[in-house]
Write a protein that binds this ligand. Structure first.
Ligand code: DGL
Length: 272
């Protein structure tokens, strides 16, 4: 029996973990933030794959039979290689899930105009994962993308409620919406972005739905566990939560509270 591992480059995955715990409180969880090497957003495919795989291996070493990549950048750049090439070699009986597939399964059911905007990191946008996955489920949906490179630093530096955030929220919303007048659904395709929700709603014209991923991923995980009893029975069910960071735990704990909504006490995980 082992915990569910939840991984992000930094703090963003805590917005997903919070919703997963609300939906599935009975399980044990281990969160790992690779804060020492965040942000991942502008890094190369090879680097993101190497970092993500190393962290997934650490979560396996802690006994996790199942790991959720609660990071779009890792999901778009590393998940497929991990699932298809690495897992059969290093841990054929374990599973790694991402956040993009559950999100793309939803969007076509929400948009009325069939035009959807994706706001994400440069890495996620360059991977084309969202347009490709959305086309598979909803061939009629037209996808527009925009990289928002300033949003993660604003959030990571606790400036998401400051004046700099107002500027960059307006800037990026203006740019994505200028691509088409018919966009009626915006996906926050980065787990950091829900922290900017208040300002996004403030500057967004009416009639546009904003999708954050936390609840979507939580529902999807619940459904996955229902469909995979062989995995579900391997999960610890004492309702425990442990937090690890590859950087300074004191800094992590201070920042994590903003993302997770309550205080956490983390431990340092040393990378090899
Ligand atoms: N939270 C990550 C995501 O969902 C992005 C943060 C980063 O750039 O490391 O894409």
């Amino acid at each position: 029996m082992g915990p569910i591992g939840v991984f992000d480059s930094g703090y963003g995955g805590l917005t997903v973990l919070k919703e997963i715990i609300a939906e599935l409180p009975q399980y044990d969880y281990v969160y790992l933030g690779d804060n020492a090497r965040a942000p991942y957003g502008n890094r190369s495919f090879d680097t993101i794959h190497a970092y993500t795989l190393e962290c997934v291996q650490k979560l396996f070493d802690m006994g996790c039979p199942l790991v959720v990549l609660a990071c779009n950048t890792a999901s778009s750049k590393a998940l497929r290689t991990i699932q298809q090439k690495d897992l059969p070699r290093i841990a054929p009986d374990r599973r790694v899930l991402g956040v993009i597939r559950p999100t793309t399964e939803m969007v076509g059911t929400i948009t009325q105009t069939g035009e959807v905007g994706i706001l994400a990191t440069s890495g996620t946008v360059a991977s084309e994962s969202y347009p490709v996955e959305i086309k598979k489920f909803f061939p009629h949906v037209q996808t527009y993308q925009l990289a928002c490179p300033m949003w993660v630093p604003l959030v990571e530096n606790d400036e998401h409620e400051g004046a700099g955030a107002d500027y960059f929220v307006q800037e990026y919303l203006g740019k994505i919406l200028s691509q088409s007048d018919s966009i009626d659904t915006l996906v926050l395709g980065c787990t950091h972005y829900p922290l900017l929700m208040k300002k996004i709603r403030q500057y967004l014209p009416g009639g546009i739905t904003v999708l954050a991923q936390g609840k979507i991923v939580a529902h999807s995980l619940k459904d996955y566990l229902r469909r995979h009893p062989e995995m579900e029975t391997r999960l610890g069910k004492d309702g425990t939560q442990r937090f690890y960071t590859t950087d300074d735990p004191a800094i992590f704990d201070r920042m994590a509270e903003i993302f997770f909504g309550k205080a956490v006490t983390s431990e340092k995980l040393k990378l090899d």
